[in-house]
Write a protein that binds this ligand. Structure first.
Ligand code: GTQ
Length: 345
């Protein structure tokens, strides 16, 4: 590869003349923006222990009333991006949110898409576009772009969930904003009941409130049962994995990030090839040894880790007699839409 000229090789008065006209020479920076062979990601392999973060989140519950927080969240920030950037990868934001009994996180709607993966507690709910979605451990609840949502809690113990948003991308695009106020939706029926079984969807007589996002809550009991059934017909060595899709179209359930759940059979190790999108793994049940590139992480229940793109990942179930269940969020829909998606053997 050619050795390119450096900025220091240019006369200072020439560089000043360029700067005065808002001009920049490309060649000193060409290798930085087009590195050979593969990107140089800022995203680092990183993991967040639930055991370590939980007491800090509960402390936030004591220190900051919900009225002073609106959303009481500790952000899982990837140090490779700088903590202040509040991003797990270039497109993924992760936060652990705490809602205490009786609290309400008031209604708003925003351009970034969000999902919640419920981590602990009973009795909270999210109302999305008029549909009251109960929050139970392992449930996935969508809050697609532009839809009103608020969180409430009628139970007796703290409720915690993992927020996954495409905020860093939408913010980078200078398209991130929120609207607060009183929601103007009409109530929606519980979508999970209309789409409870694979292979059948409501016939045209049934009027979907929003054809773009027909299903908002994916109950864990259903997803777990689907994984257990799938594990019985999946050959050893192949991933037991289901994708959260729009049941009307079969496409990914949201536009930018993709979501799936996978099951590791007792003693199973799954090796995922290097793919261009970054990914996040959150342990719903069990204990897993993860290897992200060269970096090993030992994950316990409710732990979360992040893998940069173009990096192989292996996940090993530590238990010889119980399955482990992992929630996966990745940037694959975005990469596919942009024509950038790659899988490397
Ligand atoms: O619950 O609506 O973690 O608006 C960040 C922004 C959660 C939410 C976050 C949000 C929310």
């Amino acid at each position: 590869m050619l050795e390119l000229g450096r900025l220091e090789d240019l006369p200072a008065d020439y560089v000043s003349a360029l700067t005065a006209q808002n001009l920049v020479p490309l060649w000193p920076s060409l290798r930085a923006v087009l590195p050979p062979g593969k990107p140089g990601p800022r995203t680092r392999p990183a993991a967040w222990s639930y055991e370590a973060l939980r007491p800090l989140l509960m402390k936030a519950g004591e220190l900051t009333p919900i009225e002073k927080a609106e959303r009481r969240v500790l952000v899982l920030a990837n140090p490779g991006h700088g903590l202040e950037k509040m991003q797990a990868s270039s497109a993924i934001y992760l936060g652990m949110q705490l809602l205490l009994p009786g609290e309400i996180a008031p209604a708003h709607r925003h351009t970034p898409n969000a999902v919640r993966m419920i981590v602990e507690g009973e009795g909270a709910y999210t109302t999305v576009d008029g549909e009251k979605c109960p929050m139970r451990r392992g449930d996935l609840i969508l809050t697609p772009t532009g839809l009103w949502h608020e969180h409430g809690h009628d139970g007796t113990d703290p409720v915690v969930w993992l927020d996954v948003l495409d905020l860093p991308l939408v913010y980078y695009m200078e398209a991130s904003y929120v609207i607060e106020g009183t929601p103007d939706f009409t109530a929606r029926e519980a979508s999970e009941r209309a789409y409870l079984r694979g292979g059948v969807v409501p016939s045209p007589v049934f009027t979907r409130a929003s054809p773009r996002y027909p299903m908002l809550r994916y109950p864990w009991v259903e997803v777990r049962a689907a994984l257990l059934a799938l594990s019985e017909v999946t050959p050893t060595g192949e991933a037991v994995q289901v994708a959260y899709v729009n049941p009307e179209t079969g496409a990914e359930c949201q536009n930018i990030l993709g979501f799936s759940a996978l099951m590791l059979r007792p003693g199973e190790t799954l090796t995922l090839p290097a793919r261009s999108p970054a990914a996040v793994f959150h342990l719903i049940e069990g204990g897993v040894d993860a290897r992200i590139g060269e970096t090993p992480f030992s994950l316990a229940e409710a732990d979360t880790c992040c893998a940069p793109g173009y990096t192989p990942v292996s996940l090993a179930n530590r238990s010889a007699d119980t399955p482990a269940f992992v929630f996966v969020a990745d940037e694959a829909p975005l990469h596919k839409k942009l024509g950038l998606h790659e899988v490397r053997a």
